[in-house]
Structure formats: C-alpha cells, structure tokens
Design a binder for this molecule. Structure first.
Ligand SMILES: [Zn+2]
Length: 569
C-alpha cells in the first residue's frame, strides 16, 4: 500500500511536494489525499454537453434552478475561457480530444467524416463493418437519417478501432488491473464510443428504434438490465405527444425568437412550440425525440439504470462513466443557438443535471464523485440571423468551391484536379498530378491562393504550408488538425459566420476555428475540489491530464495538455 501511494505522488507532483509527503509519512499518516484531505474518488463522472457554447450557461442563468448548472458553477472550479486549439470543431473531434488529451493530428479523428483515399469514398468516423450493432428487437424499420455525418456511414458497425490514441478510460483500466468499470452513454454513437475508449463499453440511442444499443465490439449479447430497459420502450411513450416549453413563454429571454423563417422544420415538427413528435411509425419520430429535451431525459434514465445494475462507485476502485447529452446540439442544428428552442433545451437540461446529481448523491455520494463537465464544440449563429442583425454572412456552395479549384488546376494543364471535397478538406487527384509531371507544391499553392480570394473564404491552407513558420494562428489550428493519411491536401476556412454548405437538411453548423465554435465550459466538481471561477485561457486537452493527476495516474499516452493547477490545489 505504501509503495502504491508513493508512486501516485511522484507521477504528478514536483519534488517540493515530495517533502510535504515525506513529512506526512513520518507523522504516521499514509494517506496521500491528506495533502488536501480529498475524499476518495469512487466514480469519475464525465459529462459532455454536445454543442454547449460556453456563453449559453450565462445567457440562460435566470431560468436555472439551484442544483444543476448553478451548483457546478458555484461549487466547482469553473473555467470560463476554455478553447479548442484545432480547426475542425466537430463532435467526434471534440469528444476524442476530451478523452485522450491530445489533438486530431495524434488521435486521428480529424472530422466526423473524411475521404478514404484508398477506398475512394467517404468514411464515417467510428464505423467498423466487423462490429455490427446487436439487435434489440425484431423487425426494426430504418428511420430517416438526417445527421449529415451519419448519412455518409457505409455500414451499421461501430467501434473505436480507428481512434489512434489511448483514452483516460484505457489508462484507468491499466492502472487498476482491469478492475475499474468503464462506460460511455450518449444520444449519439460517436460520443459514446470515443469516451468509452478501447476497453470500456458504449451504449447509444438508436434513431431507428428509440432503444439504447451497443455493438459486437463490446458484447456478444445485451446484459439483462439493458434488455429490460429497452423492453419498457420509453421513447415510444412519446408518440402523439409534443415538445412544449417548460415554463411560461414570458420567462424566456428569447421568447420573441420562436418563429424565424430560416429555422428548419423536420417535416411536420414545425418552427414554433409546441413541436409534435408524430406517431411512432413516422420515419422521423425517433429523430425528433433527440431534437428535444426527451433524448437527454432518456440518456439520464438509461445512465441511472446502468449505475444501479453495474454497481458503479460502490468500492475503492474508481469507476468511470461518461454521459454525453446530445439534445442541445441537435436543437441548435435545426433552430440555431439563438432560438427559443435552444433556451428551453438548455433550461430543461439544467433540470436533468439536477436530477442526475441528486441520484449520484444518493447512490454514491457527491463527495466521492469527481464530476467533470465540458462540451465538444460550440455553435455558430445562422448567417441569415447575423445578416438580419447587420453582420454580412452567407453560405458557400461546395460545387462553386470545387469549380474554382478546378479552374486553377486547368492553368497547369490538368482537368478536374479535385478528387473530392468534403468540408473542410479538399483532396486533389494524385494520379492526374503525377501523370502531368507538374510541381505539386506549386499547384497546391495556386489553388489555395485562388480559394482564399473567394468571397466567404478566410483562408485556404495547403498541407505544404503547414510546416512553414507562420504567424497566422489559423495555420496552427489547421496543423493540429492534420493527420498525414486522413487529412486532405487543402484545408478551407470560411469567414466568421459563413457556412461551407448550402441550406440543406440542417440550418446551423459548427466546425470552424472561430471562437464561437472553440469556446466551451470546463467545470470540475466534487472530491474536495474548491469553489473557484478561473478566467485564464485553458484548453480541453488539459481535461484528461487533470483527471489523471487527481487520481495520481500518468496522463493518457498521447496527451499534450497539462493538469489544471486550480483543480489540484
Ligand atoms: Zn457535437
């Protein structure tokens, strides 16, 4: 016991602290936690709110109760100025960065979707044909897919096989000899799988059935409690019902921002409250559930069942549960982050968090639970909304971007030099460039320069310019996003509030390197952490190394972030 305790210290404390520890040992107190009298951590609860731009928990504060976000902000160490440092602020990228403490250049998740050069087609981040989803019931009819990334998926299999860096959960399993229980739950597959890591187990909401599903990567068959939970068919219970405001309309800051012409109606879901879910046999029914507070409610209920049946946090070996709530992001995509819908989904999430904390306190004890809350990215306001306010913004047609790039290629005698474009990356046709025997670097630069002149594009960055010393911070963000085999040849950055796509199945988007997309909250609470609000600049890569430091563990293998000192004090 002595040896183990001693190792925990040296892994993250500098020699000065060693003196304190030795003094403590001499005094006959062998507990390392005594430096701060920290209660032991029995559960690490990592909460990720998909698309929760950092300012939203200030804007809606009047609608919050005492025991949700307010509890975190007042009792936890609250970082108000946390920013992602890479360019492509998307869901899988943010979650994997939180889980691994490193950048997409290392963990390989460069976007929700990238072009697989070998296969010659798009790849969806966590798809894995070798790990099919385990059916939960017979004859599930396929729902209509509206998630633009999921739509690109070629197979129904899911696993973390393509995540190239170890996660916090992977390290926790190693440290405790496989005795920690490690789980990831989410409304979205990619948010559950990335956080569960390579050795944990993941469950996510299915927009086909309303069930929480998993794949053969994790299980041969569902545990009994999962089968029983799904048999209750809670999502189906919302058939014929609607999403209504929690409070009276007058209580909302954005009461006047319900009916806006640029919001997207999910085929009958409407632009104004109440939003009817439709009947259970409607192909969009289970998706609409996710585009409301109900999906988060179901994730909460499923997580409670998991905590109970898997007996999380019941002994001295810390367990890990990641819950990623998807409702805020889904609502943002269809209605925008400055909609009444956004305000209500965040206010209702506040109640869901309060419920979760009360449950954790009852079953494990909040003082034995290390709670870490953050988000995977922020969200941009709609170009149409910004234009209405007087800021000029717009949407770029991807076909026009490709046409402009091809036109530059023709100057080098190559027709249709673009092999593929999927935002933000442009992939060039290697074979044609080789056959034409032209200088690849010159072509890349010519195309990038032509695109940078394009209205709505801030900067196009060719791979060959990533290594050059440039003062432009955008280039550094693109470099951290660059994976040598997955990234494209030219990274296209839109101007602020511009979108790299026409109005399609969704209205609003994230994914830019601008501050509204990089800004997320980071809050640590419980386990002796001091109430404090910190305004210095910190980064989501610091989250995993901070958790490991609190537990006395080595950071995840590829981690580049640093422990946040205010949490450790
Ligand atoms: Zn997201």
């Amino acid at each position: 016991m002595k040896v183990k305790v001693y190792r925990r210290v040296v892994s993250y404390r500098i020699s000065l602290l060693l003196i304190v520890v030795l003094t403590t040992l001499i005094a006959g107190n062998f507990s390392i936690a005594n430096a701060q009298s920290r209660p032991e951590v029995r559960l690490v609860l990592q909460i990720t709110i998909d698309g929760l731009r950092a300012d939203l928990i200030n804007r809606y504060e009047n609608g919050f109760g005492k025991d949700g976000f307010r509890l975190l902000k007042e009792k936890g160490t609250y970082y108000t100025n946390a920013h992602y440092q890479y360019a492509n602020t998307e869901t899988i990228v943010g979650h994997t960065t939180l889980a691994t403490g490193t950048f997409p250049s290392q963990h390989g998740m460069i976007g929700n979707v990238w072009f697989d050069r070998e296969a010659g087609e798009l790849a969806y981040n966590i798809e894995d044909p070798n790990s099919p989803i385990i059916p939960t019931r017979e004859n599930v009819s396929k729902g209509e897919q509206v998630d633009p990334a999921q739509k690109k998926s070629r197979t129904q299999g899911r696993s973390p096989a393509v995540i190239l860096a170890p996660t916090f959960g992977d390290g926790l399993a190693a440290y405790y000899g496989g005795r920690s229980k490690i789980f990831g739950v989410s409304g979205k597959d990619r948010s559950a799988v990335s956080m569960a890591g390579h050795v944990g187990k993941a469950f996510w909401y299915s927009t086909n059935s309303g069930d929480f599903v998993s794949s053969t990567y994790y299980y041969d068959a569902y545990p009994d409690w999962v089968t029983k939970w799904n048999a209750r068919r809670q999502a189906e219970g919302y058939a014929g019902k609607s999403w209504s405001l929690l409070n009276d309309t007058s209580a909302y800051l954005l009461a006047a921002q319900d009916d806006r012409p640029y919001e997207v109606d999910l085929k009958g879901y409407g632009r104004v409250f109440p939003h009817p879910f439709g009947q259970a046999n409607d192909k969009l029914f289970y998706t609409r559930i996710l585009v409301s507070p109900v999906g988060d409610q179901l994730a909460l209920d499923f997580s409670k069942s998991l905590i109970t049946h898997e007996q999380l946090g019941q002994d001295k070996i810390p367990d890990y549960l990641s819950i990623s709530f998807s409702g805020v992001d889904a609502v943002n995509h269809f209605f925008g982050p400055s909609s009444l819908e956004n305000e209500d989904v965040v206010v209702q999430l506040d109640r869901i968090l309060a419920d979760l904390f009360a449950f954790i306190d009852k079953t494990i004890g909040l003082k034995h639970t290390l709670i870490v809350l953050s988000a995977d990215h922020g969200m941009a306001d709609l170009p149409e909304y910004m234009t209405e306010l007087g800021y000029k913004a717009g949407r770029l047609d991807p076909d026009e971007i490709v046409a402009a790039a091809n036109k530059s290629g023709q100057k080098f005698g190559v027709d249709e030099i673009v092999r593929f474009f999927y935002r933000p990356y442009l992939y060039l046709n290697d074979k044609k460039i080789a056959a034409a025997k032209i200088d690849r670097v010159k072509v890349e630069h010519a195309i990038a320069d032509a695109l940078t002149d394009f209205d709505g594009i801030a900067l196009a960055v060719p791979t060959s310019r990533l290594s050059s010393q440039q003062a432009n911070p955008l280039v550094a963000q693109v470099r951290r996003n660059h994976h040598v085999s997955r990234s494209g040849d030219i990274y296209i950055i839109q101007k602020p509030y511009w979108f790299l796509f026409d109005k399609g199945p969704v209205a609003a988007m994230h994914g830019s390197p601008w501050r509204y997309d990089t800004h997320v909250p980071i809050i640590f609470m419980g386990s002796g952490i001091q109430p404090k609000t910190v305004h210095r600049l910190v980064h989501p890569v610091d989250v995993a190394p901070t958790i490991t430091a609190l537990l006395g563990m080595t950071p995840p293998g590829s981690a580049q972030g640093l422990p946040l000192e205010e949490v450790l004090r």
